[in-house]
Write a protein that binds this ligand. Structure first.
Ligand code: GLA
Length: 351
């Protein structure tokens, strides 16, 4: 899939070409879920699907924002946030000191639900603004500004993974990010394997409130354990002193960090990596409770397929996408078989 170039364009909506155009990819996370707001380790990769933002000045005191996907135009006075998709853009504008009216034409082929469609939109918007206004903003600072947009304008208390991945990852490797120090390095995919991403077709429900609640729970758990972040706990039995629920939430984060570190050990092959992905799914389902029945069904179908090394939900959860590590060259065949057995209308997203 590539960005739709046949539909309406900036020029068709605004009567002149844009001053700048920028794109940014979605991401899929292979391992290290719900650890990035506790200083943990994550292993995302970029996906080919991207958000694209075209910008131009309009000489007024109003932003005119057009979403090609929604076929919707919003007019927002400069300095106001607006609703719907507007905060993703107006948040970037506000945090980048924009004081003049801008026209924006946005389009995206990143599916919503677990593949960072919001981060892709924020990073694309900030890249476009960086070009337009020659902003002094490196790729890490740009990603962190995207995170700030989520916190202050969208209201999701996300970690740093998605915007860091959208800003810095490529599609050929995984990007190991230490979300405390922001140190990172490219890690090759296990040999003889490729990734398969399937959108479960289950719309995410209560994702924002569930997400913010999980974050508050693990913050409380780390407070009770007397550590700055759960990253600082390496022995999973240390969480046993916590009250129920907080104990399970903390156990997920601690064991998930262990799984990422285990995946980086020398000699880890696709089979071992897949086992760690399966364990991650079980932990997200049972301890963190952010999966969904239908997503569990899809993951189980994938895990049972002989060409699949491992599979799990990916992203925040509550519906959305799943990722599998499959034998090289087999992704589409696996997707076809599994989707025929699955009770919902799922779709293959990558490759
Ligand atoms: C969402 C958030 C990320 C991360 C994941 C779960 O995608 O935006 O910061 O917490 O959920 O790993």
């Amino acid at each position: 899939m590539s960005a739709d170039t046949t539909g309406p364009s900036y020029a068709a909506v605004f009567g002149a070409p844009p001053a700048v155009t920028a794109s940014a990819p979605g991401r899929v996370n292979l391992l290290g879920e719900h650890t990035d707001y506790q200083g943990g380790f994550v292993l995302p990769t970029a996906i080919p699907q991207q958000a694209t933002v075209n910008l131009g000045r309009n000489g007024t005191s109003e932003h005119v924002l057009h979403s090609a996907n929604l076929n919707q135009t919003l007019r927002i006075p400069v300095g106001e946030v607006g609703e719907g998709f507007a905060p993703y853009l107006t948040g970037c504008f506000a945090l980048s000191g924009v004081q003049e009216g801008l026209n924006a034409f946005i389009t995206s082929d990143v599916p919503s639900g677990g593949l960072s469609s919001s981060a892709a939109l924020e990073v694309a918007t900030l890249r476009a603004l960086r070009q337009l206004n020659s902003l002094d903003l490196d790729d890490v600072a740009l990603a962190l500004r995207g995170v700030q947009v989520e916190h202050e304008f969208v209201g999701v208390m996300c970690g740093v993974m998605d915007q860091m991945a959208s800003s810095l990852a490529d599609t050929r490797t995984m990007l190991l990010i230490d979300t405390r120090s922001l140190e990172r390095r490219a890690v090759p995919f296990p040999q003889g394997a490729e990734i398969l991403v399937i959108d479960s077709g289950v719309p995410r429900r209560l994702a924002e409130s569930g997400y913010n609640e999980r974050r508050a729970q693990v913050e409380e758990a780390s407070r009770l354990l007397g550590v700055p972040q759960l990253r600082d706990v390496t022995d999973p039995t240390a969480v046993e002193t916590l009250p129920p629920v907080l104990r399970e939430r903390a156990r997920h984060v601690v064991t998930e960090n262990g799984r990422v570190l285990a995946a980086l050990e020398p000699g880890v092959d696709a089979a071992r990596f897949g086992t760690l992905m399966n364990a991650s799914h079980a932990s997200l389902r049972d301890d963190y409770q952010v999966s969904h029945e239908r997503v569990d069904e899809l993951v189980a179908l994938l895990q049972a397929h002989p060409e699949v090394f491992g599979a799990r939900m990916t992203g925040a959860g509550f519906g959305g996408a799943v990722v599998a590590l499959v034998r090289e060259g087999q992704a589409s065949a696996v997707a076809q078989t599994v989707l025929a057995q699955y009770s919902e209308q799922g779709t293959q997203v990558v490759p």
